[in-house]
Design a protein around this ligand. Structure first.
Ligand code: F6R
Length: 262
């Protein structure tokens, strides 16, 4: 696991974009990008958009896979993750909207949602897997919408959102009661199969979750701790989000690379 601690959210966006692009460069053929939503990756997506606009990055043949989707939002709701990713990624980076995959959370029956979850796993597999998965972290340590207690081997499925997650996400909705109670989320086992993970976090509200994920035990109580199990996880955080880390000096030294003076 590489941990990069940088001064501010702008630097997080730039370093995370560099980590994403380095991961995509290793891909065989057309690239497959896994996309988180929420506030954390927005700066990273703007940076990818800037690089695409200046011609340094070409995502016009890329495929995107959302990490998760709410269940039960009316189709076209501005906070559905399909809409968010069309707006924040496809419209600005050149990733074609028709190559954006999002779990279908429109069904109301459990059977149909379970079918949609299994179909999503098939879509990821058919695309050859995810080259780089962008991730945020919940204040309670969730990854995707894998809330505390999620199986470390879980696949895409229906999950109930934790009350804390619903409260945290109420800022995106008109009224707190409008936040859906359920979602479809890639499982932790699904996420672990991506060839590179790039997690971004900023601000002191994430410091405890970041410390638990990076330096606590590997446990379902902190789903983001599965990063420790992944062979190519890059964590890019600002000073505030790094405040709880005990091995800070080591991360900073390791980030200097093999030839720190050369
Ligand atoms: C988003 C997702 C969540 C968020 C997390 C942090 O697709 O699955 O895990 O990454 O809730 O959200 P923000 O970035 O809004 O603090």
């Amino acid at each position: 696991m590489d941990v990069l601690i940088v001064p501010d959210p702008g630097a997080v966006a730039r370093e995370a974009a560099a980590a994403v692009i380095a991961g995509l460069r290793r891909a065989d053929g057309d690239v497959v990008l896994g996309l988180a939503t929420g506030s954390s990756p927005l700066g990273l997506y703007r940076e990818l958009a800037r690089l695409a606009a200046e011609g340094t990055l070409d995502l016009t043949a890329a495929t995107g896979f959302a990490l998760d989707e709410y269940v039960g939002l009316p189709s076209g709701h501005p906070q559905s993750y399909r809409k968010v990713l069309l707006r924040e990624v496809c419209a600005v980076t050149g990733l074609p909207p028709e190559r954006l995959h999002v779990p279908n959370g429109s069904a109301t029956e459990l059977d149909a949602l379970e079918w949609a979850a299994a179909a999503y796993e098939d879509e990821i597999r058919a695309a050859g897997g995810v080259d780089v998965q962008v991730l945020g972290i919940g204040g309670n340590g969730h990854l995707g919408f894998n809330e505390p207690g999620s199986s470390l081997a879980s696949r895409t499925r229906v999950k109930r959102l934790a009350e804390r997650t619903r409260r945290d996400n109420a800022r995106f909705f008109e009224r707190p009661e409008d936040v859906p109670t359920h979602c479809l989320t890639q499982g932790l086992g699904t996420i672990l199969e991506a060839r590179r993970l790039v997690l971004v976090a900023t601000g002191e509200a994430k410091a405890a979750a970041v410390a638990a994920a990076l330096e606590g035990p590997l446990t379902a109580s902190c789903p983001a701790s599965v990063l420790q199990w992944h062979p190519d996880a890059v964590v890019v955080i600002d000073e505030a989000a790094a405040a709880g880390l005990r091995h800070r000096n080591y991360y900073d030294a390791a980030a200097l690379g093999l030839h720190p003076t050369g």
